[in-house]
Design a protein around this ligand. Sequence first.
Ligand code: TYC
Length: 117
Amino acid sequence: MNDPDPPAPPGDGGTGDDGIEYGLSTQTRVRTKKPSLYRVLLLNDDYTPMEFVVFILERFFNRSREQATRIMLHVHQKGVGLCGVYTYEVAETKVAQVLDLAKRHEHPLQCVMEKDD
Ligand code: TYC
């Protein structure tokens, strides 16, 4: 009964005789910040086979054959199209994977990322 307060943690003002806590808060408010997102885009060209673009969308962007075909045709007709939206490092990896595979197959396919603001 009536035990004294345990030693205050460093930086803490402790508890007064009145039971009220004085001093500085030792807690920092947790500020969460959503990571920035990046769009990964495919660009049209005249040489990359349609089937290769569909394969890229299935393999690296987890698209179904139907989705991949729709995106590929959109890029073919409009010049550019959205593959997906990712955090910076994921987007960077996907772009590198696409460019690497296209290069290895000697296709001029281009893939870029841009901030999704
Ligand atoms: N335009 C290409 C063709 O006619 C097909 C294509 C589609 C190429 C999408 C690139 O990102 C692309 N073979």
